[in-house]
Write a protein that binds this ligand. Structure first.
Ligand code: PMP
Length: 461
């Protein structure tokens, strides 16, 4: 076999990829025939593919490259740490400097008394930790039957058996025996799709009160925790009505149910604060973190837990952990990422510059005949495609078919937007400039125009 490098022609790379690489969340047979796009390098907000296209990555990878691509400091820190201590575990009465420093830094950044960190390799692993931790917490307090966890339909909490069960994606549950027992899903606060005639505020309250109904149905002495993303990301950037989170918080407190905020997407600046919990006034007992923790430069996640939860868990041996919990290279890279976010005032940039620029650009797109509404929180947004202006009616036929067409048209414009059903998602690197946002919006408009023309041609409107 020849040496596999960037210098091989695209079709050879694609053929090897199709022959040996199974892609996540993909129909691999169809993808193999089409040929995956080969990304060769990236800088700032732009990707380059093997054909030399410069593609604006409006998704920051998978909602994670918060500081943008190609930051040399990150590679230098990783190289230094690999030479000094590439690996050591934290299981057997040992620790190391990068994990100590990162845990202390996260305790400083996290709100309230969230002062203790259990590390994982990803968001999925961290949510598996949370599931076991909340059950262990109540068992330690003499209530082992307080073990059920309530989540939402259309939530995303990861792809392992535990985290996929916590998630509310039915298309995932259909494969591999999920959800596991003891996990329940209530309505999501998606006013556009499910709010009917209610005002957003009334609908937000009604959705939150489903939590109380479910707690009373199961018995408060059986419910360990509620888990939710401050803004559902993979569900389509579902920004909840203002009434939703305060009511959830009140209900959790009233019934002694732990509140887990899954900050895997919202954390580290995405919504214009360090954490989404701060944007939405949530005081969680546990926060799940990953993605923006290292800006995707190294795989790392974790659970930041309150003094109370930590003190109960610390009184027993918690028989849980991963080989890469607190991996020194990942921890050092995450620390450098946090230094960059703080020292370069990236969150101020999101709040005062980038999010207002994106909002203005997308408000202009609201005029487009295909656009129903724009959902937005900080630098995460979705464009709801709709067949009839001024109506929340969905497209006829299979949901997501129009979104898929639009995503293909985005690719043709050298723009990465993802589609969730018929919503087009953007979640760009937080360092994106107003000029780059203009490029994003221009390409998005061209993709919408092309989609509109294609729908008219195919008689899909
Ligand atoms: N929680 C949320 C809110 C997520 O968006 C994701 C990933 N998209 C996860 C958990 C899972 O993280 P990972 O893919 O790192 O396992």
């Amino acid at each position: 076999m020849s040496i596999i490098s960037n210098h091989l022609p695209t079709d050879e790379l694609q053929a090897l990829d199709a022959a040996h690489h199974l892609h996540p969340f993909s129909e691999n047979e169809a993808l193999g025939k089409k040929g995956a796009r080969v990304i060769t390098r990236a800088k700032g907000v732009y990707l380059t593919d093997s054909e030399g296209h410069e593609i604006l990555d409006a998704m920051a990878g998978l909602w994670c490259v918060n500081i943008g691509y190609g930051r040399e400091e990150m590679s230098q820190v990783a190289a230094r740490q690999m030479l000094e201590l590439p690996y050591y575990n934290t299981f057997f009465q040992t620790t190391h400097v990068p994990v100590i420093a990162l845990a202390a830094k996260l305790a400083e950044l996290a709100p309230g008394d969230l002062n203790h960190v259990f590390f994982a390799g990803s968001g999925s692993e961290a949510n598996d930790t949370n599931l076991r931790m909340v059950r262990t917490y109540w068992a330690q307090k003499g209530q082992p039957e307080k073990s059920h966890v309530i989540s939402r339909k259309n939530a995303y909490h990861g792809s392992s058996v535990g985290s996929g069960s916590l998630g509310g994606m039915t298309y995932m549950h259909e494969q591999g025996g999920m959800p596991i027992p003891g996990i329940h899903h209530i309505a999501q606060p998606d006013w556009w799709a499910e709010g009917g005639d209610q005002t957003p505020e009334d609908f937000g309250l009604a959705c939150a009160r489903e939590l109380e109904t479910k707690i009373l149905e199961l018995g408060a002495d059986k419910v360990a925790a509620f888990i939710g993303e401050p803004v559902q990301g993979a569900g389509g950037v579902v920004v909840p009505p203002s009434t939703y989170w305060p009511e959830i918080q009140r209900i959790c407190k009233k019934h002694d149910v732990l509140l887990i905020a899954d900050e895997v997407i919202c954390g580290f600046g995405r919504t214009g604060n360090m954490f989404g919990s701060q944007t939405f006034g949530i005081s969680p007992d546990i926060m799940t973190i990953a993605k923006g923790l290292s800006s995707g430069y190294a795989p790392i996640g974790g659970s930041i837990v309150s003094d109370e939860v930590a003190s109960v868990i610390s009184a027993c041996e918690f028989n849980h952990g991963y080989t890469y919990s607190g991996h020194p290279v990942c921890a050092a890279v995450a620390l450098e990422n946090l230094r960059i976010i703080e020292e370069e005032n990236i969150i101020d940039h999101v709040r005062n510059v980038a999010a207002p620029a994106l909002k203005a650009a997308f408000e202009a797109l609201e005029e487009h005949p295909l656009v129903g509404t724009i959902n937005m929180s900080g630098l995460m947004a979705s464009i709801q495609l709709a067949p009839i202006k001024g109506s929340r009616a969905p497209f006829a036929g299979e949901q997501g078919a129009v979104g898929y067409i639009c995503r293909e048209n985005c690719f043709a414009q050298n723009l990465v937007m993802r589609h969730v059903g018929d919503r087009m998602i953007v979640s760009p690197p937080l360092v994106i400039t107003p000029a780059e946002i203009e490029v994003l919006a221009t390409r998005a408009k061209a993709a919408l125009d092309a989609t509109y023309a294609e729908l008219q041609e195919k008689d899909m409107l």
